[in-house]
Design a protein around this ligand. Structure first.
Ligand SMILES: Cc1ncc(COP(=O)(O)O)c(C=O)c1O
Length: 403
């Protein structure tokens, strides 16, 4: 065996791959190592804040395991789950059949399968700014480029359609729409959704409709985007992670719209899905239980989220130098702090972490400019805890801005 002193080289693509929501945890661990308690407001995991997976979902998984469903499943998922997803889409106005549904390891895997199956190296994908960062991370991995279209905090975080149109080139392949949105908590009115479909249609783009928070709009479920136009090439995603409170199960689905223009994409995605064998088998039984069973937990969850959202925007807007658009859905807010010149959103967020032990994520981790001063808060903690946290954010922000 040849001896060599050099370390194993890593792939260059990893240098381009970032996922700030988890990357920043390394900084929090350093702070914890000094003996300080860290309050983690970086990851949107309801279970870490006491929200419980509905028991009938747990029973479905346990029963599946006890009944011996512990082997591989077909690559696109078990028939019962695919049918339940299709029936659920049909009930929401999307005409899709089970053979166009895949059960995936969370929406995350659906995103990766679709981008890998559709977008070539050197091509471009329209993603919102700010965005959920997995899109840009996967694009970096496959050698494609994100084109960030602005969503405007001065207009309730709605997409800036002129800006979006101006970014489209011959290399653009897809339009990512995250509605309801992480990280902004925005939802888009029907007219905006129709405009996005129209733009995509007039340029031959496929829409990747990320609807993980579709049932978590405070006013009740938001219809899937594909329900507006069943002929448009739209791939819709969701999962058990958020609205069914089971993020660790890695159970999600994607529906490849019924437009024949998506037949090739469906075949490509299925081909890729074969290579990863299947998503976790027993959890697929919970998909059926979730979509055909009692959803009353969502009513309570939405009420609790609405209260926390109102508290968050009220407290943030009361801090001198911070403004915050009130979220309409999910459990995220994206406030903006007016930074002293020369400092960045990361300076602010890391300062808050080191001084008060509060971990948020800087906006540039979602694609906004570092000087713009955005940061994302996950507001799943109890209102009492949030109040205490926001006292600390207030105190820190005053000190940071006057330093
Ligand atoms: C917009 C968005 N899409 C996808 C995901 C990934 O979710 P899953 O757990 O279903 O993979 C998340 C998770 O936070 C998200 O916020």
């Amino acid at each position: 065996m040849a001896l060599t002193a050099s370390a194993i080289r890593t792939a260059k693509r990893v240098d381009r791959f970032t996922y700030a929501i988890r990357n920043i945890v390394a900084e929090a661990k350093k702070v914890e190592a000094t003996g300080k308690t860290v309050r983690y407001l970086n990851i949107g995991d309801p279970n870490q804040f006491g929200f419980l997976t509905p028991p009938h979902l747990i029973e479905a998984v346990v029963k599946a395991m006890r009944d011996g469903h512990n082997g591989y499943t077909p690559s696109p998922g078990i028939v019962e789950a695919r049918e339940a997803v299709a029936v659920d889409f049909v009930s929401r106005g999307v005409q899709v059949s089970a053979d166009r549904v895949l059960i995936t390891s969370g929406t995350s895997e659906g995103i990766e399968l679709a981008l890998t199956g559709i977008v070539d190296e050197g091509e471009e994908v329209l993603v919102p700014s700010p965005t959920y960062p997995l899109y840009t991370a996967v694009l970096a991995k496959i050698g494609a480029t994100p084109s960030y279209y602005r969503t405007d905090h001065t207009n309730h975080w709605q997409p800036d359609l002129d800006h979006l149109r101006s970014l489209i080139t011959a290399k653009t392949r897809a339009l990512v729409v995250i509605d309801p949105n992480n990280p902004t908590g925005a939802i888009y009115p029907e007219a905006m959704r129709r405009s996005l479909i129209e733009i995509a249609e007039s340029h031959g783009l496929v829409i990747l409709a990320d609807e993980v928070y579709g049932d978590l709009s405070y006013d009740g479920p938001v219809p899937p985007m594909a329900a507006l136009d069943n002929d448009a090439p739209i791939i819709s995603y969701s999962s058990l992670s958020k609205a069914y409170l089971a993020p660790g199960w890695r159970a999600g689905w994607m529906a490849v719209g019924s437009s024949p223009r998506l037949d090739g994409a469906l075949a490509a995605i299925k081909k890729l899905a074969d290579g990863r064998l299947c998503s976790p088998g027993p959890m697929q039984f919970a998909v059926t239980a979730a979509l055909t069973g009692d959803r009353s937990h969502q009513v309570a969850f939405r009420t609790q989220l609405r209260e926390r959202a109102a508290l968050t925007s009220k407290r943030m807007n009361a801090i001198p130098g911070i403004s915050c658009v009130a979220p309409q859905s999910a459990f995220y807010a994206m406030p903006k702090v007016d930074l002293p010149s020369g400092s960045t959103d990361a300076d602010y967020v890391l300062g808050l972490l080191r001084s008060k032990g509060i971990l948020c994520v800087y906006g540039s981790g979602f694609g906004t400019a570092a000087a713009d001063g955005f940061f994302r808060i996950v507001f799943l903690a109890s209102p009492r805890e949030l109040d205490a946290i926001y006292d600390d954010v207030d105190e820190f922000t005053r000190a940071f801005r006057s330093a």
